[in-house]
Design a protein around this ligand. Structure first.
Ligand code: SAM
Length: 319
């Protein structure tokens, strides 16, 4: 599998406190000096484009709370070889920022909305911001930051009622969005127990019970590990990302870059490569390229089956 996708966490800070991600607001304490500067991120992307990276996603924490993030988008959009620049956000600030992000060269967004019930959304995120997130979604569609995907993590006893799942799936009926159900992956302390994940097979059954059998659709270029389906006659589609109940290591095409400059080749491994250290010790481009080659060569050694850690916060590594 060629590695052509880089996910970059641009900040570990977030304006929500999701129960499955970072409910107590821990982290957010990485010193500003330790966070990669825009010039450093730009250099990494420029060099990795020379090693085959074609798609970049900005994530976090919440990427839209990183000061002047639009400037970063502008810089990355002009890197030769990058065909797609995307961003994953909770959508809260998208209403006010979508147009400037589009103008700066952002291609598309994924928006995390785990429930479309106002109280339920508040229970999950800690904030009464569903309306703002929905406004962000509509603005993204309006300015053409599509295809837009909605990410939902379903947690047992929190947002797993058939009613909420059907409301989420139903968003794809009229809107040209892909509603994606992502299986919960247990991470650092104080998040939910591993057993609180709901297998996507159960979610699919609930959706089919109401809307009839889902039609299988061929994955698009941007669908990654999702399996994609459609409710008959709908404007959008439905995706399932089943990182717990299935293994998709053979099709994994990504690297992750943490906000403090470490490369993580695999979500299921604690192995990190400290790129920032090299950069700040003034490594040359050639030295960095050698380092990337070593990481890329080793990537296939890490798989879910050799899993060593889930002792991190998703907020630090960007999902
Ligand atoms: N703040 C942005 C957002 O809310 O989308 C970007 C960061 S968030 C960490 C990126 C993605 O990771 C979101 O879609 C979120 O639902 C997902 N995520 C976070 N914690 C997760 C977990 N423990 N298991 C599965 N997905 C998780």
């Amino acid at each position: 599998m060629s590695i052509d996708y880089l996910r970059i966490s641009v900040t570990d800070r977030c304006n929500l406190r999701c129960v499955y991600c970072n409910p107590l607001g821990e982290s957010g304490f990485i010193n500003h000096d330790e966070i990669l500067k825009f010039e450093e991120i730009h250099r990494i992307v420029r060099l990795l484009a020379g090693r085959g990276i074609r798609k970049v996603r900005l994530t976090g924490g919440e990427p839209l709370i990183r000061k002047n993030v639009t400037e970063l988008v502008k810089k990355l959009a002009s890197v030769e070889g990058i065909d797609e620049l995307a961003l994953t956000t909770n959508g809260i600030l998208l209403g006010e920022m979508a147009a400037e992000l589009k103008d700066a060269g952002l291609d598309r967004v994924n928006i995390s909305i785990d429930s479309v019930g106002r109280d339920n959304y508040k229970d999950i995120t800690g904030f009464d911001f569903l309306e703002k997130a929905t406004e962000g979604l509509h603005k993204a569609l309006e300015v053409g930051l599509g295809p837009v995907k909605l990410n939902s993590v379903i947690i047992k006893g929190v947002n797993d009622s058939a009613e909420q799942i059907l409301l989420l799936a139903g968003m794809s009926l009229k809107l040209p969005v892909t509603v994606r159900f992502i299986e919960y992956y247990p991470t650092g302390n104080n998040t939910r127990p591993a057993g609180d994940y709901v297998p996507n097979g159960e979610i699919k059954k609930i959706i089919e019970g109401k809307f009839g059998q889902l039609g299988n659709i061929i994955n698009g270029k941007s669908d990654g590990p999702a399996s994609s389906f459609k409710i008959e006659g709908s404007a959008g589609s439905i995706g399932f990302i089943s990182g717990r109940s299935s293994v998709f290591c053979e099709t994994c095409n990504r690297l992750r870059l943490t906000s403090d400059g470490k490369i993580m080749p695999c979500l299921y491994s604690s192995q990190q490569y400290d790129l920032k250290k090299l950069i700040r010790y003034e490594a040359t481009d050639d030295e960095l390229l050698e380092y990337f080659k070593m990481i890329l060569d080793k990537k296939s050694e890490y798989t879910k089956l050799t899993s060593t850690s889930s002792d991190f916060l998703m907020q630090d590594i960007g999902g």
